[in-house]
Every structure is written in C-alpha cells, then in structure tokens.
Write a new protein. Structure first.
Length: 454
C-alpha cells in the first residue's frame, strides 16, 4: 500500500503574518531556537517568501544554515543587496580555512526550489550502506541540499510530486557521498548554546534588567528622602513632657488657715500706667524696644501699683499648655499663670490688661489675653482653677482673688519673667511645668488679704 502524500496546502495570509511577527519577537528577546522553529515551518509551506529566508539567516544555528537561507533569497531575488553581501562575507571566511571533513563547501548556486523536503523523507544515497550504518546517516536529497532540522509531525510534511524538484544533470554527475565521510555528518547543525545555564540566562535577562532598574530607582529615592528635612523637625526638639502639675496636691495656697502676716513684706508703689499705652501682642514690633534689665523677685513677694496688689506664690502656678483652649487657638503655646490679685480701691473695677507683662530672653513682650481668661474658667470651672477672669469686676476692699493670666508665646521662646511696667524686678517663670492638654492645671483658692507694708 502506497504511503499517502501529506498535504502541501499553503497557510492563510494571517497565519503567515502571525508567524513572522512571533519570529521577530523571539529574535528580539534572544530566543533564537524558537525563532528558527517558526521560520522553518514557514519556509516549508511558503518557500517563495524571501522575508522568512532572510530572517532565518539572522537566527541560523551555524554558518551552513545561514548560507543556505541566503542562497534561497538570492535564488528568488538575484539583486537582493543584503543576501548578496552576506553570501560574500561567508564566502571570504570559508575560503580561508579547510572544512573539518577535508571537503570544501559547495559554492555553486543552488537552483530555486519551491519547498523544503525533510531529510527523513528522501531516498538514501548510493551505494547503499549496511542497514545499521544507514540508520545513523542523514539522508540526502538528489540536489545535495543541506537538510532541514527535525520538526514535529505537523511541520514535517512531504510536498507533492509536482512540487519536488528533479535532480539536474549536473547534480546527477556529482560523485556520491563517501560513507566514511557521511558518518561524521549531522542531520542538522546543532545549537551553539554552551549549556542550559547560558540558555536560561538569555531567556530571563530582561527580568534581570528590570530588577536592576527598580533597585537603582529605590536607591535614589532613599537618598532624596534622607536629605529632605522633616516639616516637624523644629517642633519635635522640645524636651519630654514632665508629669503634669497639680497631681497629688492636698492643700491649695492661701487656704483659710493662712496667716495674713505671712504675706506682709516690702511693697513697691508705682503710678498706674494708662490703658492707652497697652503693649502690642505677639509678634513683637519690628523696632525692638530698649532692653529691660530687671532683678529677680522672690516668689510670694507682693508688688503694688496704685490700688493693685499682685503676687506669684509658687513656681508650679505657671504652666505651659500645648493645645487650644476651647475655640481660642494658639500660634505657639499657652502660658497659664495663676496670680494673686487684690483691689485696694473703694469700687469694683476690672484688672487692667497691661498691669502684668511677660518678657522673654529676646526682650519680646507679651500681654495677657482677657478673653482667653474667661474661656479658661468657663471650660474648667471657677473656684478650683481661679476665682475671676480678667474681664470680670474685682470686688473692692483688698480681698484676695485668683485670676488666671493667659499668654500666647512661641514654642522657641524661653527665659520668661513677669513684671509690672516701671518696676526693675520681676518673677521668673519655671519652664519645667508643661501639660499636653489642660487637664491638671494650677489651682488656688484665696481667702487671705494682702496687707501692704506702710
């Protein structure tokens, strides 16, 4: 029974375009083995397509396959510049060295063929070798062309009788292949890959390039962010917040058992400053005022100004608060000072806003915020955190009341003193008492009377 001839039906145009595109993509990715397989299939079904031959020459396994592909291009287009230049280069390199088997490569142009014939489908060369040797030798076509590599069953189809190229007279006159020489020949030149390790490197080299690029980008980002200062760098330089003042306090100052004589001392009498000359609030004026040199007043020592008697009793009665008081927001931080105030006049009046001034180490002056004093007492309770605010009338007769004075000061300012205008002495403010939120604040309940010294 005769063997049925495989179909030589040509591939659809869209399949041809797809195979060419995949072969070019595999060539760009360095996967020459895949590109060769696709192009060999394409040249079997479409031998007239010079694009496939020319691309196959760029991914050929060795020079023999490259030469064969270029010759097929020249056979179909004798004026093709790339193919002619490539054949000339191969011819020059081949003429300078002897072949391994002692025979020169056939430089005679190969006649144009319509398709490739796989090696295993062609009859063996004569004289016929022993059966065992014949199985090991590659089969040669009548035209003595280079055999194609082994394909799968779907790819290695035998063309019809009409498509086979008959052997020419020149080819028939050529001597047969020497069996001793044929034993050393290979069915198709093997790949030049040195090892599977190098093949894996070529396959995954794009992944390595991407990983290296990401590493370089991350390195530069880390360097940029390390050189950029943090926005809160200056704010975070403050000392750790100590324990809040007022905790464990058992007896407030100026309790009912306090002797009035304990408050007696030297009284400094100064004229009352007009309210028209109230000092500006922070920020300070651009023209600095003359430096004020003051001495230190001891805590608990009262100071007199006309009918007003004022004193700061303890260092913990001045607390720095880092947070807002109700709807009053701070530009830096609040300083809450609980002062002992006495009205020695015969009528109820408000405490003058400029009676007490705060001075820092840079000679910046701050005045108390009357509205903040009221909001503070309304939020945290009267009687415990103060008796009256700066906006309320102070009863006459010299009775002592506690009034919270609230200043808005910068976080970077330091070395604060409380003083009266015109007095060369002031109370120092201890900056170690700080609260994050005003939960434990200075508490004073005053029942004694400040009695001025005659």
């Amino acid at each position: 029974m005769d063997k049925e001839e495989p179909s030589s039906k040509q591939l659809p145009p869209e399949i041809v375009v797809s195979l060419l595109r995949d072969a070019r993509q595999a060539q760009k990715q360095g996967n020459h083995a895949k590109a060769r397989s696709l192009l060999r299939v394409l040249t079997i079904h479409h031998p007239e397509d010079t694009r496939a031959w020319l691309l196959l020459a760029t991914v050929a396994a060795d020079r023999d396959e490259q030469r064969f592909a270029l010759e097929q291009v020249v056979a179909r287009n004798s004026d093709h510049p790339l193919a002619k230049r490539g054949l000339a280069t191969l011819q020059n390199s081949t003429s300078q060295k002897q072949s391994v088997d002692g025979a020169s490569y056939q430089t005679k142009p190969i006649p144009k063929v319509d398709s490739f014939v796989p090696a295993q489908t062609m009859p063996p060369a004569k004289p016929k070798l022993p059966e065992r040797e014949e199985e090991q030798l590659p089969q040669k076509s009548p035209t003595h062309t280079v055999a194609l590599p082994q394909f799968s069953e779907a790819d290695s189809r035998t063309p019809t009788e009409e498509q086979r190229v008959p052997a020419t007279e020149d080819a028939r006159k050529e001597p047969h292949i020497d069996p001793t020489t044929a034993k050393t020949e290979k069915p198709w030149p093997q790949s030049t890959m040195a090892s599977p390790f190098l093949e894996n490197i070529a396959r995954f080299r794009w992944v390595l390039y991407i990983v290296l690029a990401i590493a370089v980008i991350l390195f530069f980002l880390i360097m940029v962010f390390q050189d950029t200062p943090s926005e809160n760098e200056d704010v975070e330089q403050t000392d750790p917040t100590p324990s809040l003042p007022g905790a464990g306090r058992t007896q407030p100052p100026f309790a009912s058992n306090t002797h009035p004589e304990a408050l007696q001392g030297e009284i400094i009498a100064i004229p009352l400053v007009s309210t028209d000359s109230i000092l500006p609030t922070r920020p300070p004026t651009q023209t600095p005022e003359p430096e004020l040199r003051v001495s230190t007043l001891s805590l608990g020592r009262p100071v007199q100004q006309d009918d007003w008697y004022v004193s700061l009793l303890r260092p913990e009665d001045a607390v720095f608060v880092q947070g807002d008081l109700g709807h009053i927001q701070t530009e830096g931080q609040f300083l809450i000072v609980l002062m002992t105030v006495s009205n020695g006049s015969t009528e109820a009046i408000q405490m003058p806003a400029n009676l007490i001034t705060l001075l820092d180490s840079e000679q910046n002056r701050y005045k108390a915020l009357p509205r903040a004093s009221t909001v503070y007492l309304d939020s945290y309770g009267r009687g415990q955190y103060g008796d009256l605010s700066m906006e309320e009338l102070i009863p006459p007769g010299g009775g002592n009341v506690s009034i919270p004075l609230i200043f808005d000061v910068p976080i970077t300012a330091n070395d604060f003193h409380l003083y009266m205008e015109g007095v060369d002495a002031a109370w120092p403010i201890d900056t170690s008492f700080t609260a994050i939120v005003p939960t434990i604040l200075p508490t004073i309940v005053l029942t004694s009377t400040i009695t001025p010294t005659p």
